[in-house]
Design a binder for this molecule. Structure first.
Ligand SMILES: [Zn+2]
Length: 206
């Protein structure tokens, strides 16, 4: 369906005769009610504290498992001001994970929005990310969400070298069996609890 075209009102006032925008010459400071000049602490605005930046980053969900944040995942390795530039060091998770690009975009969006102008995302491949970097809070969130958190010290994708005891995130039973090496993503394996019969994903340890 095509709406009939109506002429929209002009978005900007017509140019004055001299070709300049009407407000181009106005240099009066911004005023707030009461007559005072608006005070913005520009240094705080342009140079937020690292604590604040970490708190913003903690709001970014992992694109694959949105119940945990990038901070829970442990992939943000460092945040530092270098002059006017904010450097954020990120270690990608599984190298094959397609989420890396989305993660970078999300970090940019989250930090540019509150006013950070110069941002540099650094990719750090070594040491490689391991599931051991997932925070205790992140593990609790995973279990609450129905994903068995990774068990450290177990074989990763091979998995078959020694039998792995994975606790059911629903009932806590250790009577579980692996249905498939790959769950909803390659990072996870598919399991089933033989106690409560619920299927669930196990976040593979690497
Ligand atoms: Zn169960």
């Amino acid at each position: 369906m095509v709406e009939p075209q109506t002429t929209p009102p002009p978005l900007t006032p017509p140019l004055k005769g001299d070709g300049e925008l009407p407000h181009a010459k106005s240099s009066s400071p911004l005023r707030v009610r009461g007559g005072g000049t608006r005070k913005t602490s520009s240094s705080e605005f342009l140079h937020p504290s690292l604590t604040r930046i970490w708190s913003w980053l903690a709001e970014i969900p992992d694109p694959e498992i949105p119940v945990i944040s990038l901070i829970d995942l442990g992939i943000i390795r460092d945040v530092a001001w270098r002059g006017d530039t904010l450097e954020v060091t990120v270690t990608p998770t599984y190298s094959g994970c397609p989420a890396t690009g989305i993660i970078n975009l999300e970090i940019e969006r989250t930090l540019v929005e509150p006013g950070i102008e110069k941002l540099e995302l650094k990719r750090q491949l070594s040491p490689a990310w391991t599931t051991a970097w997932i925070s205790a809070e992140g593990r609790e969130k995973l279990t609450a969400y129905g994903i068995a958190p990774p068990q450290e010290g177990t074989a990763a994708c091979a998995g078959a070298l020694k039998p792995l005891t994975v606790s059911c995130p629903q009932c806590g039973s250790t009577k579980t069996e692996r249905i498939s090496q790959f769950g909803s993503t390659p990072c996870k394996a598919h399991y089933r609890c033989t106690e409560c019969l619920e299927p669930f994903d196990y976040f593979k340890s690497i």
